[in-house]
Ligand binder design. Sequence first.
Ligand code: CA2
Length: 147
Amino acid sequence: MKLLIINGPNLNMLGIREPNIYGRQDYPALVAYIENCCAAIGAECKVFQSNHEGAIVDEIQAAYGTADAIVINPAAYTHTSVAILDALKAVGLPAVEVHLSNIYEREEFRHISYPSLACLKSIYGKGFEGYREAIEYLNDYLKECRK
Ligand code: CA2
């Protein structure tokens, strides 16, 4: 399985502030965690982070024909981006949305997720562990599809 993992704006700042919401570990620790999860199930992965909506759209489009599935934490774009939703719909790859925090227990503006409309599943409030759950879910899902 070839997985594309996308992290949106400010996730590269993890560990610097708001440890009560996002934890104490930094972004390189998240990347190492994701790579270990993928290695454990024999999956290939590319981890991409950008602070720019268009760059995220470009990366989703580039996954068409090159990746089997997408894990995405669109960060703040979750709550605003129809462009990311449309890109996910356009490529039609199985996708899972992940959030470190429980967006439904936070400010009301975080309760809306546009990309979730193109995702098989949304995982939130589980910290780094949410990425493992997403990776394993997609691995099982693709195995089922290939039967
Ligand atoms: O809980 C999540 O994973 C979020 O996607 C994180 C986003 C937030 O806008 C979403 O509503 C939920 C924020 C990304 C990281 O922001 C930081 C803020 C302060 C310090 C470090 C990172």
